[in-house]
Design a protein around this ligand. Structure first.
Ligand code: AMP
Ligand code: MG
Length: 360
């Protein structure tokens, strides 16, 4: 198992656009996000800052629990990475042969779950479009600079219609009938990993915790007598758009056009690609999904971003998620009514909110 994480206890950490890591050590305990009764630790994983908060445990229990999930997360990140050497990059090398080959067992559940979620989303979430993501330059640590790919190159890939349904899995043997398929699990691997981390914490007897991977999180239990309160990033600028009191087991995942992008001749090209048009999805700046399962919340946030203002509601219903908050390019917020009583907006002036029909 790879042990390459940087223990960033008590550090303010951010990833710059070029992917360079800046660690600024801070000596004040208060800046670590600690509050009384909470064991707090942070480390780097999945290319982001991972924060773990556990309520009501002693230091030793907290430290052991975080060490266990740090190992899990580093292993998963290496195994499922789309372009760094590991199980998935080997799969991507062998898929174009159209012959059966053996794959690492840890990738199998990801392929199965990815296929299920892709189907539910009507292929708006499509982890088989690895070639398209690479063509746009996002299969790299460095952000591309442009120009965007040619319309002809995009169309050539679209014409081959790669999808998870083109994969044939027989035990540990995998092949595809479509040589254009390349896997990129960037749209839901973090959610899948957060689920595994939370399950691991539960097995260790921990019932009140948050695993927060760069703003995407799953919370279980409570913070003492009250709910865990978490923030949702403002897609148009720094700071927090809203705070949320979480349910007793809830995942909150956001996809945004501000996360990875480049500008070329005044236009923003971001990393969420509409598999039907072949271009970055337009019209939405962020989508936050609330659900009991982190993997589904993550896949759904990507899918609803692609679905846009007109289709998000029907796709959310099909995927079976619990709640949605979508921010359009003009700052209007579309939201499911079940979130009304526990989402608190922190921005001024107050945003325009349009409530949808309930999802159930
Ligand atoms: P997220 O931030 O969860 O929305 O994931 C974005 C990442 O998912 C991108 O960086 C790509 O690696 C991948 N991706 C982009 N578009 C799609 C899509 N339509 N379906 C599945 N994965 C995608
Ligand atoms: Mg996602």
């Amino acid at each position: 198992m790879l042990k390459s994480f940087v223990s960033a206890k008590c550090s303010a950490t951010q990833l710059t656009r070029s992917g360079l890591l800046i660690l600024i050590s801070l000596s004040l305990l208060s800046s670590c996000g600690r509050s009384p009764g909470v064991y707090y630790e942070q480390f780097l994983g999945f290319g982001t800052l991972i924060e773990v908060k556990i309520w009501g445990v002693d230091e030793k229990t907290g430290r052991q629990a975080v060490a266990a999930i740090t190992d899990d997360i580093n292993y998963m990140h290496q195994t499922w990475h789309a372009w760094k050497p590991g199980s998935l990059s080997r799969i991507n090398q062998l898929l174009p042969t159209e012959e059966f080959f053996s794959i690492g067992p840890s990738v199998i559940p990801l392929i199965r779950r990815g296929s299920e979620l892709a189907e539910l989303s009507g292929n708006r979430f499509n982890p088989a479009i690895g070639q398209l993501i690479k063509l746009w330059g996002f299969a790299s640590d460095e952000l591309p600079k442009g120009p965007p790919p040619s319309a002809t190159a995009i169309q050539e890939l679209l014409d081959q219609k790669p999808g998870m349904q083109d994969l044939i899995l027989d035990g540990v043997q995998l092949k595809t009938s479509n040589p254009a398929v390349r896997l990129d699990f960037g749209g839901f691997a973090k959610g899948y990993a957060v689920d595994i981390a939370i399950e691991h914490l539960k097995e260790l007897g921990i019932t009140n915790a948050i695993v927060n991977a760069g703003g995407d999180l799953r919370a279980i239990g409570k913070h003492g007598e009250r709910a865990w309160r978490v923030g949702i990033r403002n897609p148009s600028g720094e700071g927090v758009l809203a705070s949320v009191d979480t349910l007793v087991d809830e995942s909150i995942f956001t996809s945004g056009d501000y996360e990875r992008y480049y500008e070329y001749q005044g236009k923003r090209y971001h990393h969420i690609i509409d598999p039907h048009s072949g271009y970055p999805a337009r019209g939405v700046t962020s989508v936050t999904v609330f659900d009991s399962q982190a993997d589904r919340a993550d896949a759904a946030a990507t899918a609803l971003f692609v679905a846009g203002v007109d289709e998000w509601y029907q796709v959310a219903k099909a995927m079976g998620v619990n709640g949605v908050m979508l921010v359009t390019a003009d700052g209007t917020i579309h939201m499911t009514p079940n979130l009304k009583d526990r989402v608190y907006f922190d921005i001024k002036p107050a945003p325009k909110i349009i409530y949808s029909e309930p999802l159930e």
